[in-house]
Design a protein around this ligand. Structure first.
Ligand code: SAH
Length: 508
């Protein structure tokens, strides 16, 4: 290979069809060390969270008809940034070389004498049908598959798609781009002798929570697209294999399929709830309303942490409190025994788990996940008279614990471990998506998520139901005039997910 100009390198990376799980390990590695990311409309924006904070994120657009940058501008941008010596990731939906113009971008880089690598991706042309329960080949009926683009106008003489050849070819035919032209294309196929009853399926937003499939035949598919207002992005499958969907449709039958649910927890905490809802088939909009920040007076908290060993009990009310405590603790000490003989009490299983992650035993954990339950648990154990207690918790939390424990004669120090502040960033465009598309349900996992969501001042989407993690959060929601439709019986994430699932079981 000829000597290259510098250490800059451009990775042309396939971002897969949408489901975050369908991205290659190599793609993730490239994103994790990127300095510049140029991404398309069809890439799942969640992937950008893997990039270093400092990486430049450039949206190249390409929603049909709404090009943000022209192809020439994209080529020039890649050449420029790579030429500056940067690690550039060009993220393209599906596979970069299948109708992705990845070939042209690679040529531009090659001609400029720059280093590049190709990271193939899972293409929507195969994954889309698969998620609709349609194998692109099937022994005995479809032994070859053709990919073609519907982007070109079949009525134009310069169209490079030879429909008469396609018709003779048979097998499975998969079309990318072209839902808008389905009437002309199916007409052309019929005119070239393809059977009117040839099964056809269209899969839109394949592999994501908003996947929808429309089935018909060559004769009626265009009509059905109009009736159902079925729009891009979609892949179309023409062939006998479409019938297998009757037996193999595995993805769209999940309990929360077709339900769009909003998650309002902080970006760092949203993951577990999002994932559990997605596994059940929900289309999740992650719209963090709060962010966890160090407390206003970090020094004061650090002093309490330093003296942790003088306490009889340390009480944690949330995983955030545990994190904040041990972050500081292990900055101050490098021996876990410095915590002394303090016993540990927690509220909620997630908090308990976080304590166990630090290899410490939880001595007290009430069955119910609210402050009142911890107070009565201490009472049952003979009270806290003259017992020294360190409470590690959020600023502006309810004062049940310090009040009640002090009233019982406990010597309580309140450690303000962290504070929750409104999340002002909207990196993944969740707010505009909620406004444009609405949602079925919004989840609130604490009072502060309710307050901060409402503080955003977004208009309340029509028919949006409310799911709350427990009575305290529900009360806050009601105080703000909201109706609570679902309340978890177990006040943690799995409990909330169960409650939502049961709700839709009763009311599909
Ligand atoms: N390189 C991409 C295709 C780019 S062309 C790939 O390999 O998948 C853009 C077209 O891809 C869209 O018009 C649509 O036909 C298809 N497409 C991409 N992602 C899709 C998805 N999640 N669901 C349905 N179609 C999709």
């Amino acid at each position: 290979m000829a000597e290259k100009k510098n250490s800059g390198r451009c990775y042309l990376v396939g971002a897969g069809p949408g489901d975050l799980g369908l991205v290659t390990l190599r793609a993730k590695e490239c994103i994790q060390k990127a300095e510049v990311i140029v991404y398309d409309y069809l890439c799942n924006p969640e992937m950008l969270n893997w990039a270093p904070e400092a990486a430049a994120r450039i949206f190249a657009g390409k929603k049909a008809g709404a090009h943000t940058l022209t192809q020439e501008e994209i080529d020039a941008l890649l050449v420029q940034k790579t030429g500056e010596g940067k690690q550039v990731v060009r993220l393209k939906g599906g596979d970069p070389f299948l109708f992705g113009r990845g070939g042209e971008e690679a040529q531009a880089l090659a001609r400029a004498g720059l280093l590049f690598e190709i990271v193939p991706g899972i293409t929507s042309a195969i994954a889309g049908p698969a998620y609709a329960g349609i194998p692109v080949t099937h022994r005995g009926s479809n032994s070859h598959v053709t990919f073609f683009t519907g982007h070109e106008d079949p009525a134009k003489s310069e169209s490079s798609i030879d429909f008469s050849a396609l018709a003779k070819l048979g097998g499975t035919q998969v079309m990318l781009m072209g839902v808008e032209r389905i009437a002309a294309i199916s007409q052309e196929m019929l005119a070239n002798g393809m059977r009117p009853d040839l099964p056809v399926a269209l899969v839109r937003w394949a592999t994501t929570g908003r996947q929808q499939t429309l089935v018909g035949d060559l004769q009626n598919i265009a009509q059905r697209v109009v009736e159902r207002d079925f729009s891009a992005p979609a892949v179309a499958i023409f062939g006998e294999v479409v019938k297998l969907r009757g037996e193999l449709n595995w993805f769209e039958g999940r309990p929360l399929a077709g339900k769009r649910i909003v998650v309002t927890r902080s970006r760092t905490q949203a993951g577990v709830l999002t994932e559990q809802l997605q596994i059940l088939g929900a289309d999740v909009i992650e719209l963090p309303t709060i962010r966890i920040e160090p407390p206003t007076d970090l020094r004061a908290f650090a002093e309490l942490v330093q003296d942790a060993h003088v306490y009889d009990w340390i009480v944690f009310t949330s995983p955030n409190g545990v994190n904040a405590f041990f972050d500081l603790f292990y900055k101050l000490y490098n021996d876990a025994r410095e915590i002394g003989g303090a016993k540990i009490a927690v509220i909620g299983p997630a908090t308990a788990q976080r304590v166990k992650d630090f290899r410490l035993h939880v001595d007290l954990q009430p069955d119910k996940f609210v402050a009142e339950a911890l107070v009565s648990e201490f009472k049952k154990q003979g009270g806290v008279e003259n017992v020294r207690i360190l409470l590690a918790r959020a600023e502006k939390a309810r004062d049940v614990l310090p009040k009640e424990l002090s009233a019982m004669g406990g010597i309580v120090d309140e450690g303000l471990a962290y504070r929750t502040v409104p999340e002002t960033r909207d990196d993944n465009g969740a707010r505009s998506r909620l406004l444009a598309e609405g949602a079925d349900m919004i989840t609130f996992t604490s009072s502060s998520t309710v307050e901060n969501f409402l503080a955003l001042g977004l208009p309340w989407p029509e028919g949006l139901l409310v799911a709350s993690i427990g009575p305290i959060t529900s009360q806050t929601a009601r105080d703000f005039g909201l109706n609570v439709d679902v309340e978890a019986r177990r006040h943690d994430v799995p409990g909330l997910v169960d409650a939502i699932r049961n709700f839709y079981k009763r009311r599909p």
